[in-house]
Design a protein around this ligand. Structure first.
Ligand SMILES: NC(=O)c1ccc[n+]([C@@H]2O[C@H](COP(=O)([O-])OP(=O)(O)OC[C@H]3O[C@@H](n4cnc5c(N)ncnc54)[C@H](O)[C@@H]3O)[C@@H](O)[C@H]2O)c1
Length: 348
């Protein structure tokens, strides 16, 4: 992720210099040799430099809290990758510290910049779907490598924050109402060496009555390889997982996305003497060159964050809002571990 962000920063006209920090010297060498960007294994080299205005925290999850707090205390603006932190208490401390110091703090829920998922939001805001009442996300990914920090609870946190938080964030964004209840269940793991759950079946009940459901399985999408209809699964995406579909149903229409088949569709509901009619009214696609912008699109997030910090503007989404997404991730885990629904107060 750090490499991706560095490449994007090099394209930003407002950026006059980039310097990287990592505990691993080989990663610093990659930055220098591949991207011609200097680096250090001493954090103070960066935080004590008044020329550094903005810090991107893209280290492994267990390092987010300390790196963010130290950056904020040094007066820097911060973009921290998802999940905010590995515990909700840490995430709250980070958000409260940024608020106390009145510093820019945005979380990397960059799917809100995805041209695909922005289209759904545009349809909802234009009233084309009516009130959103049901959402369903089916997401599958490959297993992590055996030595990956993501396998461990101490370093990676729960699978929900690491893998699924993006999709909770989108659901909240589209439904636009607070969650009141979370139900969740996990089957026994298929991937034997993960210390964390490798599947979740989670349902959110929203205050306005809507239901959002997310099904996640690990170690399934390698089946994609060889599918003649799917020509945009890169090795990177395959290695990282990914089969990803959304269905969003409102009172006036519905939408469906499949990012790997490059499609987004919309239906419009109407009445007829015999039945309720559902007309397929939009069918959009994009070119392979645009794949990244229609999916993760950290590129537009990076440009936007740099521009906002340079102009003294607030984050695109307040960190409080990202914290709410994290609260729903931890609640899903709690529900799965206890077998009981978690009821949420509106503000806690
Ligand atoms: N937004 C997205 O879609 C997205 C995609 C991929 C990764 N991420 C996030 O980016 C972060 C990094 O993921 P990755 O895939 O690049 O992992 P990675 O394992 O490739 O890189 C993690 C890096 O963190 C460094 N590190 C570990 N502890 C550190 C510490 N205490 N201080 C400084 N550096 C430390 C490691 O040396 C390594 O270079 C994670 O939080 C992950 O969730 C987000």
């Amino acid at each position: 992720m750090g490499e991706q962000i560095v490449q994007e920063l090099k394209e930003c006209p407002e950026v006059r210099g980039i310097v990287t920090y990592d505990v691993a010297e080989d990663r610093i060498r990659v930055m220098k040799d591949q991207y011609q960007v200097p680096g250090s294994t001493r954090l103070r080299d960066i935080l004590d430099d008044p020329a550094v205005k903005l810090v991107f925290v893209a280290a492994a999850n267990h390092a987010h809290k300390d790196l963010t707090l130290q950056s904020l205390e040094a007066g820097k603006a911060v973009l921290c990758e998802k999940p905010i932190a590995n515990t909700l208490a840490d995430a709250r401390l980070m958000v409260e510290t940024a608020e106390r110091l009145k510093l820019f703090f945005q979380i990397g829920f960059e799917l809100r910049y995805s041209l695909l998922y922005m289209k759904i939001k545009e349809w909802i805001d234009a009233g084309l779907l009516g009130q959103v009442v049901n959402t369903h996300c089916l997401y599958t990914s490959c297993a992590y490598d055996k030595k990956a920090w993501r396998n461990t609870k101490r370093e990676g946190g729960d699978t929900f924050g690491e893998r699924i938080s993006h999709y909770v964030d989108l659901t909240r964004w589209w439904v636009g109402s607070p969650v009141t209840e979370v139900y969740s269940a996990c089957s026994p793991n298929v991937v034997p060496y993960t210390e964390v759950h490798d599947n979740y079946h989670t349902t959110y009940r929203f205050k306005n009555g809507a239901i959002g459901h997310i099904s996640y399985y690990m170690n399934y999408p390698a089946l994609f390889r060889g599918d003649p209809l799917v020509d945009n699964i890169t090795d990177l995406q395959l290695g990282d997982g990914h089969k990803l579909r959304y269905i969003v149903v409102g009172t006036k229409g519905a939408a469906e996305t499949d990012v790997f088949y490059r499609r987004i569709k919309r239906w419009q509901f109407s009445d007829s003497p015999d039945t309720m009619v559902s007309d397929w009214v939009e069918n959009l696609t994009w070119s392979s060159k645009e794949d990244y912008f229609y999916y993760h699109n950290t590129t537009h997030q990076t440009y936007d964050v740099v521009r906002r910090v340079a102009q003294g503007l607030p984050p695109m989404t307040p960190a409080r809002d990202a914290y709410e997404t994290m609260r729903l991730c931890f609640s899903a885990d709690e529900a799965a571990n206890t077998g009981r629904a978690v009821r949420l107060a509106e503000h806690s």
